[in-house]
Ligand binder design. Sequence first.
Ligand code: FMN
Ligand code: SF4
Length: 394
Amino acid sequence: MSAILSQPIDIGERTAPNRIVYQAMEANDADELGRPSDKTFRRYTSFAEGGPGIIFLEAITVSHESRGRMNQLRINPETEESLRELVAAMKETNPEPLILFQITHDGRQSGSFSRVVSVYPADDPAVETLTTDELEAIGDQFAAAAAITRSVGADGIDFKHCHAYLCCEMLRPANRRDDRFGGSFENRTRFFRETLDKIKGAVDDPSFILGCRTSSYEPEPGGCGTAGPDTDREDLAESVAFARLMEESGMHYINISAGRPLSVPTRDAPEAVLHHFRLTEEIKKNVSMPVMGTAYSLLRDGDNKMQEPDPQKKSLRYWAEKNVREEHVDMVGVGRQSFADPLFAKKLLSGADDINYCTLCNGCFKLLYYQKVGGCAVYDDFYRALLKEASKKE
Ligand SMILES: Cc1cc2nc3c(=O)[nH]c(=O)nc-3n(C[C@H](O)[C@H](O)[C@H](O)COP(=O)(O)O)c2cc1C
Ligand code: SF4
C-alpha cells in the first residue's frame, strides 16, 4: 500500500483521488471520421478500471486537415456524440479518475497525408507557414473543442503545448514571425493568452479544469527552454515564465514534459529520467498549482540501468514516493506503463506484486510510426501480431 501516492489532490475545484496520472498515449485507432472505435473504448475503459487519479485522453485533433495520425481522434460536432459515449463508458466503469482531453493542433508534426503547416518557416519548402488569420481561426477551433469537451462530460482539457506540435512551436525562441505572434516572449505567448480567453468564453464553468502539457526543454537550437533562437543551451527562464503565466491566467495545473513527439527515455539512457525530474522540480519551485511529472515507466521494479546498486532505490515506486514526499512534483505520470498494464495504478497503490512492467521495447512507438493501431506489443496478443506483420513489411 502506498499511503503517499494514495492521497487525493485538488485540481482547481475538483479532486483527483490519488497521485498517479496516465499520460496521453495516442493509438491511431479512431474511425474514418475521427470517432472512437471499439479499440478506443476498450483502451479507455481499461484505463478507468486501472484507477489512476487522472486519465489524459490522448492527443485529440481540433483539425482534420492537419494531423499527425491517419486515424487520430478528432473533436468536432461530428464526433461529439461518440466522445460523450466514451466518457460515459469510462465513468460507468469507474467514476473516480478525472478525465482530461488533450486537445491539439499537430502543426509541423502533421503527416504528409494531410496539410503540413508551421508557425514559422521550416527548412522543408513543402511545409506551409500559417498566416495570422489562419492562426486566429485555429484559436477558435481550440475554443470550440473545449466547449465540446465540457459538453460530453469530461472534466477538463490539456491545451497541448509540448513535443513540437503547433502551440509548442509558437513558444520557441526560434519563432521569429514578424507579426504579433512571433519575436518577443510577449508576442510568442499571445496565441496562448488570446486562445485561453476564447476557451474561457466558450466554456464559462469555473469547475472545468484547464491546464497545459509543456516541453520545458527541447534539445535543439531555439527550442523551448533554450537561451535564444540560435542555441540549444538550456535556460529555463522562459519555461518558468510560461508556467507562471499559466498560473496567473487562472489555469489549474501544469504537466511537464520535454523533447520531441513520442520522445521517450530509452533503456540504455536512464539518465533521461533524472533530466525530466530536474526540469519538473525547477518548475515546481516557481508555481503553486499542481505539477505533474513524466517518464517514470523506465524505472520499472528497479530492473533498469541506473547507477544504483540497490534495485529498491531505483524503482518506479521509490522515485514516485520520494518525489511526491519531497515536493518535487505533485502527481507522477506514466505513459508506456499504462499501455503495458492498464491496471497499473490500482496495483501500485495497493502494493500488489503482479504488475506487468513495460519492457521498454518501444513496440507501441513503432506501431504508431508505421501508422498502425497502437497498443502494447508485449502483453497484448493483438498488437504483438500487428507489430510482427508491420515490421515484416517495412
Ligand atoms: C505510443 C506513444 C503515444 C504517445 N502519445 C502521446 C500523446 O498523445 N500526447 C502526449 O502528450 N504524449 C504522448 N506520448 C508521450 C507519453 O505521454 C510519455 O510522455 C512518454 O511515453 C514518456 O513517458 P513513459 O516513459 O512513462 O512512457 C506518447 C508516447 C508513446 C510511446
Ligand atoms: S510495447 Fe513495449 S514499450 Fe510499449 S508499452 Fe508494451 S512493453 Fe512497453
